[in-house]
Write a protein that binds this ligand. Structure first.
Ligand SMILES: *[C@@H]1O[C@H](CO)[C@@H](O)[C@H](O)[C@H]1NC(C)=O
Ligand SMILES: *[C@@H]1O[C@H](CO)[C@@H](O)[C@H](O)[C@H]1NC(C)=O
Length: 373
């Protein structure tokens, strides 16, 4: 067997060959080929993996178990939950740090730099959605007093400058501002435009998040009280993450039916047909970064392509002629090969090299049908 193209690496038959070592390469070469075919430069080893966001579990489970009223009709290259094109969903965890504001600014409850490593997106990927998610530990914190509100501001972080003046705080640009009578457990902001801009690494300086308490009327009634009282709600800030949907068009086939069935054990036959093969990710040593599935039914093709070829063997005219020649001259011409003729996709949920959680759709991972070619 010979490695034909990158596309073919996706074929479950080759996946098996790579894992089982029948291609005669050393283990690390095989592993890096596989990882590259999955879009990764190296084997991830999550250090402090964040919990899997529930939205990713929901999308993953929906793909695993297609709804009974539209079996196999879902478009692999659309993320229905958000109604946008895409075959990769990533949740980036925030890499920014808390900022120490200069003077005593008692009404400023929280000031934090937010940074997401969007550089992991590959060149061909089209970013179709970016959503900032801010999580708080408790629901429904009310502002400290009557007429008072929480003010949330997001600024584009300023570029570093050599001269100290004007101060960084003065140079940052306001992106959005919103007032809340009470904070909620989860706040969502559409950052699609900003996310696209961040694809250029030099422009990705991150954001500054600021939460303060203000009396809507601008009175100074808040002053003179200990700051802890104002900020009880904002203090429950847990973390920020950026959900990004992207489309890798090269890995996106026209919508088609998902695998129709698993293979029930049939009469033993030496004819070319799919054979059951379960690939367990823990057998490959990948269980600490692949979150789900733990393995999957990849199958492979094996069997004879004898003369005369019947229609069940999905042969080409060329293969039929080849078997004829083979039957006349078995030494000089081999039988046609038993190869996958129909493959279907799976979705994989995993941690990437930066501890982000990724849900990605991979074409041609399961052998559905074999044929003599
Ligand atoms: C988010 O913003 C983008 C670009 O500004 C816009 O095209 C898209 O419709 C917005 N999405 C939602 C859900 O509002
Ligand atoms: C291959 O043969 C099987 C069995 O006859 C048939 O169900 C299937 O549609 C064929 N597939 C292709 C790609 O021709």
């Amino acid at each position: 067997m010979r490695l034909v193209s990158w596309r073919a690496v996706f074929a479950a038959g080759l996946f098996w060959a790579l894992i089982s070592g029948t291609l005669g390469m050393d283990l690390s070469t095989r592993e890096s080929l596989l990882l590259k075919s999955l879009g990764l430069s190296a084997k991830p080893s999550p250090r402090s993996p964040a919990p899997v966001p529930s939205v990713l579990w929901r999308i993953f489970q929906k793909r695993e178990i297609p709804s009974p009223w539209s079996p196999g009709q879902e478009d692999a290259c659309r993320v229905e939950e958000f109604n946008v094109p895409g075959n990769i969903v990533r949740v980036f965890s925030d890499q920014g740090h808390f900022l120490h504001s200069g003077g005593p600014r008692t009404l400023l409850c929280l000031e934090k730099h937010l940074y997401f490593t969007l550089s992991v997106l590959e060149d061909g990927e089209q970013l179709t959605m970016a959503q900032l998610q801010l999580q708080f530990g408790h629901n429904s914190y009310r502002a400290p007093g009557p007429g008072q509100v929480f003010e949330l501001r997001l600024y584009r972080a300023p570029p570093p400058s050599l001269r100290e003046l004007p101060s960084p705080a003065a140079r940052r640009r306001l992106l959005l501002a919103q007032s809340f009578a009470q904070l909620h457990k989860l706040l969502l902001f559409n950052l699609t435009q900003v996310g696209r801009d961040w694809r250029t690494p030099s422009r990705n300086l991150g954001l500054v998040l600021e939460i303060s308490v203000s009396s809507g009327t601008g009175s100074s009634a808040l002053l003179g009280r200990p700051p802890g009282n104002f900020c009880a709600g904002a203090d429950s800030f847990l973390d920020a993450s950026l959900l990004v949907v992207s489309l890798q068009p090269g890995q996106c086939k026209a919508s088609r039916k998902k695998r129709s069935s698993y293979y029930a054990p049939v009469m033993p036959s030496s004819l070319c047909k799919p054979r059951r093969l379960y690939i367990s990710f823990s057998d490959v040593g990948w269980e600490n970064w692949i979150i789900a599935p733990q393995g999957y039914m990849a199958n492979y093709c094996l069997g004879e392509c004898p003369f005369p070829l019947t229609t069940e063997l999905n042969s080409t005219n060329h293969a039929i002629l080849q078997t004829m020649v083979h039957s006349l001259d078995p030494e000089g011409t081999p039988q046609p090969c038993c190869v996958p003729v129909r493959l279907s996709p799976i979705s994989v949920l995993f941690y990437d090299n930066h501890d982000n959680v990724v849900l990605r759709h991979y074409e041609d991972m399961v052998v559905d049908e074999c044929g003599c070619r």
